[in-house]
Design a protein around this ligand. Structure first.
Ligand SMILES: NC(=O)c1ccc[n+]([C@@H]2O[C@H](COP(=O)([O-])OP(=O)(O)OC[C@H]3O[C@@H](n4cnc5c(N)ncnc54)[C@H](OP(=O)(O)O)[C@@H]3O)[C@@H](O)[C@H]2O)c1
Length: 345
């Protein structure tokens, strides 16, 4: 495609984003060019804008990961992505493309690899579709990083439970939805105002992380329900210690497995017979592409079709398009509660 388009460009570390023109790229053989209609925001976006972390290898950069839009062009070897003109959900992230600004979400046209592009269901708006990519991939990678395949189907007789600390976060809501689909009994922590919502998503028990006795509340519930709790996902910062305090009392002789979505500090707490893994996809591109395909083309697509996964958490639309992204990112940085900020483009 010959031409140019508008992009929210990150000119240097520290930002701010500034709207400018970029050459519209041609998709590579395995890529899809997306005409972006909506983007969703993630904490990594303001970390990259404000601190250059995770590292931004190329400036001027285009950041962002979560898009929905319309297929504008399809690469020569793509066999699995929806056809030209289809409405899609697309994971468009320069992070997995050595910082290539053609692949960042915050622009009118972005490249995405075909493994991360699936049809947007008719029932969903572009704004709803944009909430899935990074949060779903993170929630699903959490399972595989601790050896739980995405086709796992525990039955109630297996009595397998999981603890998700940070259930009302964007990643947390998909951790709950996916845990339910794998057959876990799901316990989550959140502010009490989110209890009903998180139970609707699939949590069996929700606990207020601000309560001084939250750890003993969870342990009591596990004992009462007679389930095995030796698996956990620490979704938010500061959650590892209370999660280990719970597991110490519930894991029995099992080796406990904990996946940790925020970066793990080197001096993090530990527990005997407990594996603690930073939640991150393989950096081997072949393994990662296969995993991405399983996340989007199998797990997400199937669960969207059956209606067993829904957009979450509640969406807050911020107007202003590309020009409005700095303010929207500032809002996310100031803190959200049970909300995903989405910007129509
Ligand atoms: N490893 C990766 O590849 C990867 C990818 C994506 C994200 N992440 C990381 O995952 C984390 C979550 O990201 P996100 O986008 O899901 O965040 P988010 O939606 O912005 O998280 C906000 C939520 O965090 C909850 N929260 C804050 N402190 C809490 C605590 N102590 N206990 C329980 N809940 C707490 C709040 O719950 P209430 O409203 O109930 O108070 C709020 O709803 C971030 O650290 C992010 O950087 C990692």
């Amino acid at each position: 495609m010959v031409g140019t388009h508008h992009a929210a460009i990150l000119p240097q570390k520290g930002g701010p984003l500034s709207v400018g023109e970029r050459a519209t790229p041609e998709p590579g053989p395995n890529e899809v060019l997306i005409k972006v209609k909506a983007v969703a925001l993630n904490p990594v976006d303001y970390h990259q804008r404000d601190f250059g972390m995770p590292p931004v290898p190329i400036y001027p950069a285009v950041i962002g990961s979560d898009t929905s839009g319309v297929v504008a062009k399809v690469g020569s070897k793509v066999s699995t992505a929806p056809a030209l003109g289809s409405q899609v959900i697309a994971f468009a992230s320069s992070f997995y493309h050595n910082g290539s600004p053609d692949h960042g979400a915050f622009q009118k046209y972005a490249l995405a690899q075909s493994e991360g592009v699936i049809a947007l269901p008719d029932a969903l708006s572009f704004e709803e579709g944009a909430v899935f990519p990074l949060a779903v991939m993170t929630a699903l990678t959490a399972w595989t990083s601790i050896g739980i395949p995405l086709n796992t189907k525990y039955t109630p007789q297996d009595k397998q439970a999981v603890l998700i600390w940070g259930g009302a976060s964007s990643v947390g809501t998909f951790a709950i939805q996916s845990a339910k689909s794998l057959g876990f009994t799901v316990y989550a922590t959140a502010s009490s105002k989110h209890y009903i919502y998180l139970k609707k998503l699939g949590a069996h028990g929700v606990f207020d992380y601000k309560a001084s006795d939250v750890v003993s509340q969870i342990i009591d519930m596990v004992k009462k329900n007679g389930v095995n709790l030796h698996t956990a996902h620490c979704v938010v910062n500061g959650s590892l210690q209370p999660v280990l305090d719970v597991l110490k009392q519930t894991k029995g002789d099992a080796v406990a497995k904990v996946t940790h979505s925020p970066v793990l500090p080197p001096d993090h707490p530990t527990l005997d017979k407990t594996e603690i893994k930073f939640n991150f996809p393989s950096m081997d591109p072949v393994i990662r592409d296969k995993h991405m395909y399983e996340c989007f083309h199998i797990w997400l697509q199937d669960n969207l079709k059956s209606g067993s996964v829904v957009p979450s958490p509640s969406i807050q639309i911020k107007r202003g398009g590309l020009e409005g992204l700095n303010i929207a990112l500032d809002k996310l940085r100031a803190g959200v509660s049970g909300t995903k900020i989405v910007v129509p483009i």
